[in-house]
Design a protein around this ligand. Sequence first.
Ligand code: ADP
Ligand code: MG
Length: 238
Amino acid sequence: MSHMSLENVTMKFGPFRALTDLSFHISRGEILGVAGPNGAGKSTLMDVCTGGLKASAGEVIFDGRTITSCPRHVRCGLGIAQTFQIPTLLSSLTVGENLLAGHLFGHEARGTPSGIALEEILSLTRLGDHLDMDAARADLLTRKRIMLGAALATGPEIIFMDEPLGGLNSEEIAEFLDVVRHVRDSLGVTVVMVEHKTRALAEIADRILIINFGEFVMLDTPSIVLNDDHVVEIYLGK
Ligand code: ADP
Ligand code: MG
């Protein structure tokens, strides 16, 4: 069942096309990996979905509703959340206060409180022991878990993450992937993970979308996508 879909989406910056005529759907409850070389348009694709950018042409559909022109806070109120490549935290606040801020932002955007329990988010993101720690003192993995927790606290149905594994070592990657898996399994949240670490994506994703030069290349299961000659060529050829 389609949770979100893009129909013939093009994103232009002046004359430059960062995305060209892109169409695909995201299934409810799946973990969709999005990969492609630097500059392929992955972050642009994410922004077109979450409201950071308005597509120049085409439609973005969420839950059967056209949201192409909706600003970010409206999409947040509908249940669309996002985390960024560089952790964006309220660093003068504690871990608990960061999650509370996410919760309040979601409440404000939706007009009603979400049914999500902060205790469950604390436990899923493994932040229960750090509730009163200043966010500024957290290490990179913890900062990433705080950002994920704050995004989940808005009460999303779908969460987009932009290269969440950047800067993490292999143990930390395994731990973060485990958190993401539990989030999907426990909350039923649809996850879209933009990531160039394809081996990690292969471990966690139900399907992987490859884009290159802003164009659709392939969308299929990890084993099919990552063994595809054309995909291998795109990566080796960069
Ligand atoms: P990726 O995340 O896959 O590395 P991006 O989506 O960040 O790629 O960028 C895709 C292309 O669009 C790049 O060529 C980039 O320079 C260009 N681009 C991204 N944002 C803007 C912008 N605001 N203005 C002009 N060009 C942009
Ligand atoms: Mg990017």
